[in-house]
Design a protein around this ligand. Structure first.
Ligand code: HAH
Length: 336
């Protein structure tokens, strides 16, 4: 083959070892199909779906740990760190949690009792393996003046569920780093709301240690200056920062085209420039940023295939569909 022999490709995480960890979201298929790539290039792993409430706790008396355990076993085998994702979210959460057997909504106390059982069971099970948890995911409203998005959590418990989740997670594992995690985190209006929420949690003495910037970005937005301002604003709270779900979509937010079977040369070049500029910025803030986790390992499998446009492929990561390093990989490691 005329491809470059594997040994001459630097390990991505080693290229950034002086700055931050480099993680990937994985699942039981990708640790097999891309196991070698993941083991080589990433030193931290997040379960893409397998530790979400609906995956682990489908019925009140049923926990299903098999898939999550496969990922933890892979991380152990290869000496990888692990982040936990996620304890409280409005999506991928089982309906039973919010309901009595007859379908009526549960009381706040009952919801909190159930949340405590869930957090105790899950966080304690993975205590030796997981050093940081996304405790609360995406509770801020994207638009408008409301701080919090409508959800069953808010409806039943009121805004106190957020502090409650952090307190329960801290009790379950006092050593774990606890994160508030959200997307559109660099949008100035949403950034300010995330800041307000986290600041008020800190003022109440709630154990929150970090802000997770999901960083589901594209080649055009957010602007570097908005990313910079968001990092500075969150860091001003004295919290640790992580990019928790980084990818760089090739399509603008409102782009609906579905005709491409592979990226054009122009798209690849634009993505290379974008990745280079992003990592340059991230390295500037390395004293605040502990980890940069990609939401996938390589372009053959990414949640952005089919989302938000059905039937549309996307190529948001640093490795191509054959697990070869893309131009973006080289731009990122050569500037590190
Ligand atoms: C993230 N949400 C979630 O945190 C992650 O758990 C999931 O696997 C993918 C993306 C981002 C998001 C979304 O799912 C839907 C609309 C907007 C943003």
């Amino acid at each position: 083959m005329d491809s470059i022999p594997n040994r001459s490709i630097p390990k991505l995480h080693e290229a950034f070892q002086a700055s931050f960890d480099i993680g990937a979201a994985v699942n039981p298929r990708t640790i097999i199909q891309a196991g070698e790539l993941i083991a080589k290039h990433y030193n931290s792993l997040t379960a893409e779906n397998e530790m979400k409430f609906v995956s682990l706790h489908p019925a009140e008396d049923t926990y299903t740990f098999e898939e999550a355990d496969k990922i933890v076993a892979f991380a152990r085998e290869h000496g990888k760190k692990m982040r936990g994702h996620t304890l409280v979210w409005h999506n991928q959460t089982s309906d039973w949690l919010f309901q009595e057997a007859d379908g009526r909504p549960v009381s706040r106390d009952k919801l909190y009792d159930r949340l405590k059982s869930h957090i105790d069971t899950v966080v304690k099970r993975y205590k030796e393996d997981i050093y940081a948890w996304d405790v609360v995911n995406e509770v801020i409203a994207d638009e408008g003046s409301e701080l919090l998005r409508p959800s069953k959590w808010l409806e039943i418990a009121g805004p106190g569920f957020i502090a409650k989740a952090f307190e329960l997670a801290h009790e379950a594992d006092p050593k774990a780093q606890l994160f508030y995690n959200d997307y559109n985190e660099s949008n100035p209006a949403k950034r300010d709301k995330i800041y307000r929420l986290v600041k008020s949690l800190l003022e109440q003495g709630v154990p929150v240690h970090g802000v997770g910037l999901q960083a589901h970005w594209n080649m055009y937005s957010p602007e570097l200056d908005d990313i910079r301002a968001a990092i500075e604003k969150y860091a001003s709270l004295g919290l640790r920062l992580q990019l928790t779900e980084l990818d760089v979509s090739m399509f603008r937010h409102d782009d609906r085209r579905t005709d491409l079977a592979s990226p054009t040369a122009e798209m690849l070049e634009l993505q290379e420039q974008r990745y280079e500029a992003l990592f340059k910025l991230l390295e500037e803030y390395r004293s605040h940023i502990d980890a940069v986790t990609f939401w996938g390992a390589a372009d053959d499998y990414t949640w952005l295939n089919d989302f938000p446009m059905r039937g549309r492929k996307n190529w948001p990561l640093l490795f191509d569909e054959k697990h070869e390093p893309k131009g973006s990989f080289w731009r990122v490691v050569q500037r590190s």
